[in-house]
Design a protein around this ligand. Structure first.
Ligand code: MLC
Ligand code: AMP
Length: 492
C-alpha cells in the first residue's frame, strides 16, 4: 500500500471527511477507495503507472478516487473543474490517459471524447459492493503518484511528476513545521488540481488523521458560515481569498464582525501562500480575526520550501526560512552563490523536489543545475534569516488569484483567432488578484473584444482569460524585434 495512505488506517473510526450533508470515517474512506481500486484494476494485478485522469468536485468522491488510483498502482491526474473541453483533451493526450474517473454530472461533457480517444470512462458514484477481497499491488515509494500541470516559460503547460516519496516528504515537513495533529479540523475551499489544495490541505489533513471539511467552491459567505459552526481551527488560502473575505467582513454590521473575530481568534493557525501576501492584507486580516497569517512559499515542482515559523516572529513581506529537510541556495546568472544580503535566483534541493516533467526530458534537464539543484526562476534576498521574494526571472509568467498562467500560452491561443493578426499578453498589478491579465491586440478590422472574449472562454479556463483588451496598430518591440512586455504594460 502506498506509504502516504497507511497512516490514515491507524484511526478507522475517526471522522476523515465532512461535506454538505455527510461525514465519513477513515475506515469508510479506505473501504470505499478499495472497492473503487478493484474496479480500476478490473482483474489486473497492478495498474503499473497507467495514468488515470479524474474530474471530480472537491469532496469525498475526489479523495476516494485519488486513493483508489494510488492503491491500484496508477498515476493520478486531477483535471480542473474550470477547464473547457479542449484543455481537458490536451491533458488526456499528453498523459496518454488510460482511464477517466468522473462524477455522473460530467458524463455528457466527457462521453464522446472518451469514446473517440478509446479511454475507459468510469463514474465514481456507481458502486458494485464494498467487499474487501481485492489483492493490491506492492507500490514502491519511488513510484510516480501524481502528475500536475503547470504553466511555465513554454506555451504548453508541462506535467510535473511527483512520486509517493515526494508527496510523503512534502506532507511530513508541513505536519512537523506547522504542528498538525489529529485534533485539527481544516476547511478546504481551494481547487484540487494544484499543490496548495492537494498537498497542504487535503494531504496533510488526512496524513495527520485530522478532520477535512469541504465546501463545493469558495464563497465568502460559505467560509464564514463554516467558521461560525465553531469546530474549524485551521485555514489555508491564497491572498485573493483573504482579500475577498476582508471585503465581505468589512461590509458586515459591527456585531457580526465581533462575533466572527471571537470565533477566528480561537483558530490554531491560518496560512497564506501561492502569491505574494500584501502587507496591507496581512494587517487588515489580523485586525479582523486576531490571527497573524503565516506566509510561506512553494511551487508545483517542490511543494513548500520556505515558511515563516509557527512559533516566533511571522515577518510581514517575507516567506520565512527553509522548511526542515529543504536546502536553498541563492545564485546569480552564472549560477554562482551570491554574497550574503544580495539578491539571487532560488535553487532548491531535497526529498520534496519533483522527479521530472512528464515526457519532457529537455525541459527536465534544463530545470536542474549541476548537482541536482532545481531552478525556481524566482528571485529572493535574505534579511536577518528571513527570505523575501523579489520577483521572477521571466516576464511571461503571471500569478493571478494564486494561479500561475503563461502569457505565451494565452498568446498562442489568441493567435488562432481569425481576426487576431498579432498579440501580446502582460499583467498589471492588482490589489485583489495580485496580477491582472491584459492583452494588446493587432487586428485587421475593428476589434470586437466581447466576441474575442467569448471565443477564448471556449478554449481557456476562466482564470487564464485576459481581463482587459487594447487594440493597437503594432506591438512595442526592441531593436531585435522582440516584444517588450514592460512597454505593453505601459500601454494600459
Ligand atoms: C475570476 N475573476 C477574475 C479572475 N478569476 N478576475 C480577474 N482575474 C482573475 N484571475 C472574476 C471574474 O469576473 C469572474 O467572472 C468572477 O471573478 C468569478 O469567477 P470565479 O472563477 O467564480 O471566481 P472565484 O471563485 O471567486 O475565484 C477566486 C479564487 C480562485 C481566488 C477563489 O481564483 C482560486 O481558487 N484561486 C486559488 C488558486 C490556487 O489554488 N492556486 C495554488 C496553485 S499552487 P467571469 O464570469 O467574468 O469569469 C501554488 C504553489 C503554492 O501556487 O505555493 O501554493
Ligand atoms: P505554481 O507553479 O502554480 O506552483 O506557482 C509557484 C509560484 O508561485 C512560485 O514560483 C512563486 O512565483 C509564487 N509564489 C508562491 N508562494 C509565494 C509567496 N508566498 N510569495 C510570492 N510568490 C509566491
Amino acid at each position: 500500500m502506498p506509504g502516504i495512505l497507511s497512516k490514515a488506517l491507524t484511526h478507522p473510526d475517526a471522522t476523515a471527511i465532512l461535506e454538505p450533508g455527510a461525514s465519513h470515517t477513515y475506515g469508510y474512506l479506505y473501504q470505499a477507495s478499495l472497492s473503487l481500486a478493484g474496479r480500476l484494476l478490473d482483474g489486473r494485478s497492478d495498474l503499473s503507472c497507467a495514468r488515470v485522469a479524474f474530474l471530480i468536485p472537491p469532496g469525498f468522491g475526489y479523495v476516494r478516487t485519488q486513493w483508489a488510483i494510488w492503491l491500484a498502482g496508477g498515476i493520478a491526474v486531477p483535471v480542473s473543474l474550470s477547464h473547457p473541453l479542449p484543455a481537458i483533451v490536451q491533458l488526456l493526450e499528453d498523459t496518454a490517459a488510460h482511464t477517466i474517473v468522473t462524477a455522473r454530472v460530467f458524463l455528457p461533457l466527457l462521453q464522446e471524447t472518451a469514446e473517440r480517444m478509446d479511454i475507459r470512462l468510469l463514474t465514481e458514484e456507481d458502486e458494485v459492493g464494498m467487499d474487501g477481497d481485492i489483492t493490491l499491488p506492492e507500490v514502491e515509494d519511488d513510484r510516480a503518484a501524481l502528475i500536475l500541470y503547470t504553466s511555465g516559460t513554454t506555451s504548453r503547460p508541462k506535467g510535473v511528476v511527483l512520486t509517493h516519496a515526494n508527496l510523503g516528504a512534502q506532507m511530513d515537513m508541513l505536519i512537523d513545521a506547522w504542528g498538525w495533529t489529529s485534533e485539527d479540523h481544516i476547511l478546504c475551499v481551494l481547487p484540487l488540481h494544484h499543490v496548495h489544495g492537494i498537498v497542504n490541505v487535503v494531504g496533510c489533513a488526512l496524513r495527520a488523521g485530522a478532520r477535512l471539511e469541504f465546501l463545493p467552491s469558495f464563497t465568502p459567505a460559505g467560509v464564514i458560515d463554516a467558521f461560525l459552526r465553531g469546530s474549524v481551527n485551521l485555514f489555508m488560502a491564497v491572498p485573493t481569498i483573504y482579500h475577498k473575505l476582508i471585503s465581505h467582513l468589512d461590509a458586515l454590521p459591527e456585531g457580526e464582525r465581533q462575533a466572527l473575530r471571537h470565533c477566528m481568534s480561537r483558530f490554531r493557525l491560518m496560512v497564506c501562500g501561492s502569491a505574494a501576501l500584501p502587507v496591507t492584507v496581512m494587517d487588515r486580516w489580523e485586525k479582523l480575526s486576531s490571527q497573524r497569517l503565516l506566509e510561506r512559499y512553494g511551487m508545483t515542482e517542490i511543494g513548500m520550501a520556505l515558511s515563516n515559523p509557527l512559533h516566533g516572529e511571522r515577518r510581514a513581506g517575507t516567506v520565512g526560512m527553509p522548511l526542515p529537510g529543504v536546502q536553498i541556495r541563492l545564485v546569480d546568472e552564472q549560477l554562482t552563490d551570491v554574497a550574503a544580503g544580495e539578491p539571487g535566483e532560488i535553487l532548491v534541493k531535497g526529498p520534496n523536489v519533483f522527479r521530472e516533467y512528464w515526457c519532457r526530458p529537455d525541459a527536465t534537464a534544463g530545470a536542474f543545475t549541476e548537482g541536482g539543484w532545481f531552478r525556481t526562476g524566482d528571485l529572493a534576498v535574505v534579511e536577518e534569516g528571513y527570505y523575501r521574494i523579489l520577483g521572477r526571472l521571466s516576464t511571461d509568467i503571471i500569478k493571478t488569484g494564486g494561479y500561475k498562467v503563461s502569457a505565451l500560452e494565452i498568446e498562442e491561443v489568441m493567435r488562432m483567432h481569425p481576426g487576431v493578426r498579432d498579440c501580446a499578453v502582460a499583467s498589471l498589478p492588482d490589489e485583489e488578484w495580485g496580477e491582472l491579465i491584459v492583452a494588446a491586440v493587432v487586428a485587421d478590422e475593428a476589434l470586437d473584444t466581447d466576441a474575442l472574449d467569448g471565443w477564448l472562454r471556449e478554449r481557456l479556463p476562466r482564470y487564464k482569460l485576459p481581463r482587459r483588451y487594447l487594440a493597437v496598430r503594432e506591438l512595442p518591440r526592441n531593436a531585435m524585434g522582440k516584444v517588450v512586455k514592460a512597454d505593453v504594460r505601459a500601454l494600459f
